[in-house]
Ligand binder design. Sequence first.
Ligand SMILES: [Zn+2]
Length: 369
Amino acid sequence: MKTPLTLFAGLSLAFGLMCSSPPAFAATVLTGDKIDGVPVIEKLDLADQPTGRVSRYYFRVIDQAIGQGWYVPVIVVKGAEPGRRLLLTAAVHGDELNGIAIIQDLTNALNPAQMKGAVVALPGLNIPGLLQDSRGFSPSATTTGVNLNRQMPGDVNSGDVGRIYAGRLWSQIFAGNADAAVDLHAQSRGTAYPMYVFAETPAARAMAKALGPDMIKYDPGERGSIETTLNANGVDAVTLELGEPDRFDAVLVARAQSGIRNVMREMGIIASPAESPSVKPYIGNRTVDVVAPRGGFARVLTPVGSEVKLDQPVATISDPFGLITYTARAPMAGRALSVATSPVREAGSLLVRILAWSDDPACAAKGCP
Ligand SMILES: [Zn+2]
């Protein structure tokens, strides 16, 4: 099916060149290049993708500063029959790797001949970050640590390379190709989450419950994130956090696949019996960070997911001799949502994040501001 697509893309480009205005229809655009035998695309349009099969592409996002490309892998699993479309994205933060294994394993196990609708999956958005084992986006020495998950929907005409990169992902791949989305993350280096979902809207909350996480936060969203920008553009989206960075956690990878298949069932994409989550999620709408007021060696006293009582000691800080210099206490009751995994803690860094439910009307609708 590659040749007809190439021809179609070529015809559409030719049509666009012949006309003074761009063509009214979108279309997948293949550049004609291949990398390791995989076709390179300039734009994805799910509508013209072959049905009942898996297609794999490299999307040339932008040029590097040395004139070669940054390429993001794109997997399209399009069912034999039409239906709803699920977008999966991983590693917009380059050291948060669990989502890559989830997308790889999930898409390789799907049978498109038995699907209605499609999955568009990008197992690795932040290619410079992946290469550098870095959360941020630093495509060259002059650009350091842009948070790509605050740049959406980007701007291809911007003077900022992070906004251009985000804008290309948004306009050429995300836009028009999804009805719902799960953006896969992990906690930042030195800290851990359980399986945890941020959910902004009623539809996103239903998706969050189908995913079967340990915890859900009703949340007002983060401006410029993939999740918040998709929700604002009519695509039901959640951010799914999975454990720690820098690893493939086999248990969390398997749980997330099971949860995503449940989302696909609710969307009518697959029809196999639902998989019951092993846990009932704790739902909150408010978080408080307990941070180290001074540097030192931290010992966390509350494991991820454990119940925390008001004023309970949650961590100690010690000096180099092991003498405790500070005991951190819980400023509110709830559950330990995130904990420090590295004992080396700078002043101001996270010890424990507590998730709780607040009846404050300002928090009830969309999560506490
Ligand atoms: Zn992240």
